[in-house]
Design a binder for this molecule. Structure first.
Ligand code: HEM
Ligand code: HEM
Length: 178
């Protein structure tokens, strides 16, 4: 089922909730990485980062599932083919990032033999240690995390360019749905 040439209310809600969540989590993760906080100050923040990340994974499964089910609407106006391809590729990478970032975080935690408590509400149990999963998941978390931060900046710049330079409906159909 395709959304023909518009985003419905659920698609827009999903987009903005996960956009906020992902920008927040990318900022949080990069802060943890580069702030140089001492270990004992960092530990509780990492706990919050992990718990929030698991909640993002749950929301993300719904959001990405919805997009797969509905499909993408066609591009606005007569965009050059290369631009349409670039936008579509970026959208797939962003969707993949919404799932792969938290999933890799969960994987490198539990396959290192640690249980993962989500704000003390529920727990993802520790698994038998599997070093290759830990190293590949932490590779994904670090490198995809940096790449996504860059792609999100490009994505926002593109949205603003469509709105203020091309003056087309790209941004508006994601805000008011017109
Ligand atoms: C949407 C979800 C998430 C995003 C966007 C995100 C993003 C990031 C980024 C950009 C970094 C800095 C790069 C790095 O040090 O690897 C980071 C670090 C980290 N993340 Fe995540 N993360 C998410 C979820 C999770 C989850 C679910 C866990 C664990 C269960 C987790 C655990 C960690 C840990 C342990 C670090 C290293 C902090 C440090 O000691 O520097 N993250 N995250
Ligand atoms: C202020 C921040 C943001 C703005 C202004 C913005 C704007 C937009 C706009 C205007 C579209 C529609 C593009 C089109 O119709 O071709 C769109 C689509 C999309 N955006 Fe964003 N975006 C933002 C942040 C994010 C973030 C942080 C993510 C994910 C990490 C994201 C993921 C997506 C995806 C996957 C689509 C494709 C349609 C969908 O599944 O929702 N966006 N965005």
């Amino acid at each position: 089922m395709s959304e023909t040439n518009n985003y419905g209310a659920m698609s827009r809600l999903n987009h903005w909730v996960l956009a906020l969540a992902m920008i927040g989590m990318l900022g949080f993760g990069l802060y943890l990485e580069y702030s140089g906080l001492p270990r004992e100050e960092k530990r509780p923040l990492v706990g919050i980062h992990r718990s929030l990340g698991v909640l993002v994974l749950i929301l993300g499964l719904w959001r990405v599932g919805w997009r797969l089910f509905r499909g993408f609407p066609g591009a606005v106006g007569n965009m050059p083919a290369w631009q349409e391809r670039a936008a579509r590729t970026a959208h797939w990478v962003l969707l993949a990032g919404i799932l792969l970032m938290p999933a890799s975080g969960v994987a490198f935690t539990v396959f290192r033999g640690n249980a993962l408590s989500v704000f003390g509400w529920f727990e993802i149990p520790a698994q038998a240690e599997i070093p290759w999963i830990v190293s590949s998941a932490s590779f994904v978390h670090t490198y995809l995390g940096h790449a996504l931060a860059f792609i999100v900046v490009l994505h926002i710049a593109a949205a603003l360019k469509h709105h203020f330079v091309d003056r087309d409906l790209t941004l508006r159909r994601m805000t008011s749905g017109k």
